[in-house]
Structure formats: structure tokens, C-alpha cells
Design a protein around this ligand. Structure first.
Ligand code: FAD
Length: 317
């Protein structure tokens, strides 16, 4: 029987949604596989392990150590290699997150195995991934050895949660040592909203919002929709918002169900980060703006008229 590991990622004490998507991806690789969740941390890892089982993993292996409180390349590589040595799996699925992007090639290269990263779909033996900033897709497969893949968040739907599901949670003792990076403090930008990279709905503003205050109507719309707020680099460069909101080639790559672009022209570098969104709505006063070429719905108009009206209408529902 095929055995696949599904990597659970914990951020600020909470398990990230993409962790559950790794289980669904493992099932798509081989429906009959044994899927083993892998959870690392410094405390409360059992809770996350049980959640992984509720989302379809058969059992879980945890490694608890003070040096696993935050992601470090050294710490997580040691923990992952110990689990792989014990379990001898046929492959491992991770989220295409900062941690997954760092950890997966380290382990794959140590094991001389194949890695396909940033997958958005699985088609039989093939892994589908966007290339050329989302303008084309390629299919890749790993013929020999263990398969390592990272999946782009929000593309492979998680299985339904079944709270009655149970499975074995075993803890593995691993000495995590010789960590070359010491994280003394994590300083986060204050954020009152939904995590951009995992949001189902994003309201994004561009240079057309014209000022920091110009983002206010976008925040109000986002609140009504339960959405995250994002931005173009134009808006970030102009100082209207923080660079942590930037979406695009040199910002975050997002794939929400709904992306509402307000006052964004649709430069190729912005499209690279959002053109695979499932439904795109563009609000721009220039009917020739390139963003309308990728939009499913376009509204030609002033965002300061359109966005508050949308918010009012949605509030009334
Ligand atoms: P503009 O192009 O200035 O567009 C503003 C739009 O707002 C216009 O279409 C205008 O019609 C509209 N508008 C104005 N007022 C209103 C109003 N009241 N109501 C409605 N519409 C209005 N960009 C990114 O976004 N992400 C990246 O990751 C990124 N990486 C880059 C990497 C490189 C190497 C380079 C060279 C560039 C990169 N860029 C990136 C920058 C990119 O090329 C564009 O300059 C940028 O996306 C433009 O931002 P914008 O659409 O907000 O601004």
C-alpha cells in the first residue's frame, strides 16, 4: 500500500488551511494510500494532529521540541528526516508556503528524490503547475523514487471535516540540535483581517485608491464579505498601504474564489499574482484598462462611487 505524508503547518498556534488540502492532494495521488499527517511544534501538537485526522488523514506522527516553536530550516529538516526514516513513505505533500518552499527541496535533495512545486491540480500521474507567471500550465510527473510536492493554497479543496473520525497519534522523540538560526522575536505587522494568502475573497486596491484613506471603502467592503484586503505594487510604492499586502510577481500569489480589483490597471506583474483567481471583478474608470481582459465581470466607473454602493447592497442581503 502506498504511504504518503501530509505536512501540517501551524502558524500563530493555529493550523493553516493548506494543511487540510495536503491530505486531499495525497488522496488524489492515490485514493487507497495510507495518509499520515506530520505535525511539528513545541506544544499542543496533538490537537492539530487530531484535526488532520478529522480532515481525512489515517493517523498522525508528531514531533514536539522547544526548537520547533517557529519554522527554521535546520529544525524542521531534522524533524522531517527523522519521520521519513521511521515511516519510509512513498512521498510527502506540503503547502507551497514559505515553510514548504524551503523545506521540500531540502528533504527531496537529501533523499535524491523528485520534487514538483506549486501544484494547482493533480491529473492522474501528472502534477499540474502554472508557468510563465500563470500564462500557461505544464504537467510534470515523478517516475522513480519518493514523490515530493508542494500545493498552491486554495486550489485543491480539502475533504469535509468529520469530527467523529479518529486515528492513532504517535509522538516521535527527535533531538533537534545545532540550529544555526535563532529566532529571538517575531514582530508582526498589525493585521485586523483575514490572512491574504488563504483568503477566499480578496478586495484589492491599486494606485486608483489615491491615498491611505482611499483604502477605507475597500476595508468596509472586505468586512461585509469576510474578505482580506490586498494591493497592487503601485499602491504599495505610493505609500498607501504596507508591502505585506502586495499581490503579484514580486508579492503574494493568491487564488481566491473571488478577487475584486479596484483602481488596478492590470499590469502583467500584478496579473502574475492573481489571474488564476476563480472569479475576477474589476472596477476601473478606464474602459481600456488591461484588467478587464482577465475579468469575469467589469464595472467601468469611479471606485469611490461603486465600492460604497456594493457595500450597501451587500449589507442589505
Ligand atoms: P496604475 O497602473 O497606475 O493603475 C491605476 C489604475 O487605477 C488605472 O487603470 C486607472 O484607470 C485606475 N483609476 C484611477 N482612479 C480611479 C478611480 N477613482 N476609480 C476607478 N479606477 C481608477 N505590480 C504589482 O501589482 N505586483 C507585483 O508583484 C509587481 N512586481 C513587479 C516586478 C517588476 C520587476 C516590475 C518592473 C514591476 C512590478 N510591478 C508589480 C509593477 C507593475 O508593473 C505596475 O506598475 C503596477 O502593478 C501598477 O499598479 P496599479 O495598477 O495600482 O497602478
Amino acid at each position: 500500500m502506498t504511504k504518503l505524508l501530509a505536512f501540517a503547518e501551524i502558524k500563530d498556534g493555529d493550523i493553516r488551511n493548506v494543511s487540510f488540502e495536503t491530505i486531499a492532494a495525497a488522496r488524489q495521488i492515490d485514493e487507497g494510500a495510507e495518509v499520515v499527517a506530520v505535525v511539528f511544534g513545541n506544544k499542543n501538537v496533538e490537537e492539530a494532529a487530531n484535526q488532520m485526522i478529522q480532515y481525512g488523514a489515517d493517523r498522525a506522527v508528531t514531533v514536539t521540541h522547544d526548537n520547533l516553536e517557529n519554522y527554521t530550516s535546520d529544525g524542521y529538516t531534522q524533524a522531517a528526516m527523522a519521520v521519513i526514516e521511521q515511516e519510509n513513505p512513498d512521498g510527502m505533500v506540503m503547502g507551497h508556503t514559505s515553510a514548504g518552499k524551503d523545506l521540500s527541496p531540502r528533504i527531496a535533495s537529501k533523499l535524491d528524490s523528485g520534487l514538483v512545486s506549486d501544484i494547482t491540480a493533480i491529473d492522474g500521474e501528472d502534477f499540474v503547475r502554472p508557468i510563465y507567471s500563470g500564462k500557461a500550465f505544464e504537467k510534470k510527473s515523478i517516475k522513480d523514487g519518493k514523490k515530493f510536492i508542494t500545493i498552491r493554497p486554495n486550489n485543491i479543496a480539502p475533504l469535509d471535516q468529520d469530527e467523529s473520525r479518529s486515528g492513532d497519534v504517535a509522538s516521535l522523540d527527535v533531538e533537534i540540535k545545532d540550529i544555526r538560526t535563532i529566532i529571538k522575536e517575531v514582530v508582526r505587522k498589525a493585521s485586523d483581517g483575514v490572512d491574504l494568502s488563504e483568503a477566499n475573497i480578496i478586495v484589492a486596491g491599486g494606485r486608483g485608491v489615491k491615498s491611505e484613506e482611499g483604502f477605507e471603502p475597500l476595508h468596509e467592503l472586505a468586512d461585509v464579505l469576510g474578505a482580506a484586503v490586498g494591493a497592487s505594487r503601485g499602491a504599495c510604492d505610493a505609500g498607501y498601504c504596507d508591502y505585506s499586502l502586495q499581490i503579484g510577481q514580486t508579492g503574494k500569489v493568491v487564488t481566491p474564489d473571488l478577487y475584486i480589483a479596484c483602481g488596478i490597471s492590470g499590469a502583467i506583474q500584478h496579473l502574475a499574482g492573481m489571474s488564476n483567481s476563480k472569479v475576477i471583478v474589476a472596477i476601473n474608470k478606464d474602459p481600456e484598462a488591461n484588467i478587464f481582459n482577465v475579468a469575469d465581470y467589469g464595472i467601468v466607473g469611479d471606485l469611490f462611487d461603486v465600492v460604497p454602493k456594493l457595500t450597501e447592497e451587500l449589507k442589505a442581503i
